[in-house]
Ligand binder design. Structure first.
Ligand code: PEP
Length: 269
């Protein structure tokens, strides 16, 4: 049994104008209590959140904490505190908008917007320095997996992205999301064993680097998670929830995944 929090997090990406964002957020808020009610014996605490675009944060915010249990996330955060950085959004601005956490290093940011491990490390450091929770994404390309280099790739991303995090900062504000690039938005999910094996490698690295504080971190899986495959993935062990793209865009499918998390017994080992 694990005491690690299970996170069910949605990444809405560049989707949902304000009206759709509000509708989705309202639907999640309205159904959350029922979805998480009567969890299966031994189920860890399940928490839910989602990341609208920056411009839709205000539309979604009324349906998040404290009005409901949902966390409000941003899809990214600046590496700098404030200043002459056109187009960037800093931690203080996110907090003012009611944001609880920021996704950092998503593979789409890495692939299309030049987010290197060094930049991601600065974003993580800036977020933690100002007490904002981060969801740090790592994941290998299909090419790396086919060459058998998936574990080295992911552990390198992880260690370089956490390079500025001191042991004293490795706490509940750090959430890791393993998202194999070949499984994102493709309909192709990593097998539960592939996901579990990578989660174990990530946990081993965190434990070796940060001791118990590293070992205790929630490690989420992302890549074509849907209501139909959530329970099987969680049953594999060492998977502490999900970062979800497509299936998070509708409250119904997102809540079905949250309900599956509350109703799936976790392996004891
Ligand atoms: C994601 O973007 O983080 C993601 C996992 O997307 P999808 O669920 O659509 O594969």
């Amino acid at each position: 049994m694990t005491n690690r929090i299970t996170w069910i997090l949605g990444n809405w990406k560049q989707n949902h104008l304000n009206a759709d964002a509000a509708e989705c957020a309202e639907g999640v808020g309205a159904g959350l209590e029922a979805a998480l009610a009567n969890p299966v014996a031994g189920c860890p605490e399940v928490r839910v959140g989602y990341a609208p675009t920056y411009l839709a944060l205000a539309a979604a915010a009324p349906f998040t904490r404290p009005a409901t249990g949902a966390w409000l996330l941003a899809q990214d955060v600046a590496a700098q505190e404030s200043g002459a950085f056109t187009g960037e959004i800093g931690v203080a601005m996110l907090k003012e908008a009611g944001v609880d956490a920021a996704i950092v290093g998503h593979s789409e940011r890495r692939a299309y917007f030049g987010d290197t491990n060094a930049l991601v490390a600065s974003k993580v450091a800036n977020a933690l320095a100002h007490d904002l929770t981060v969801v740090l994404c790592v994941g290998e390309s299909l090419e790396a997996r086919d060459k058998g280099e998936h574990e080295t790739t992911v552990i390198t991303q992880l260690s370089e992205s956490l390079a500025q995090v001191a042991s004293s900062e490795m706490d509940a504000r750090v959430i890791i999301a393993y998202e194999p690039v070949w499984a994102i938005g493709t309909g192709r999910t990593a097998s539960p064993q592939q996901a579990r094996d990578m989660h174990r490698a990530i946990r081993t690295h965190l434990r070796e680097t940060y001791g118990d504080a590293g070992n205790d971190r929630s490690i989420l899986y992302g890549g074509s998670v849907k209501p139909g495959n959530a329970a099987e993935l969680l049953s594999a062990g060492d998977i502490d929830g999900f970062l979800i793209g497509g299936a998070s865009l509708k409250a119904e499918s997102f809540l079905a995944i949250a309900a599956a998390a509350a109703q799936t017994a976790r392996p004891t080992a």
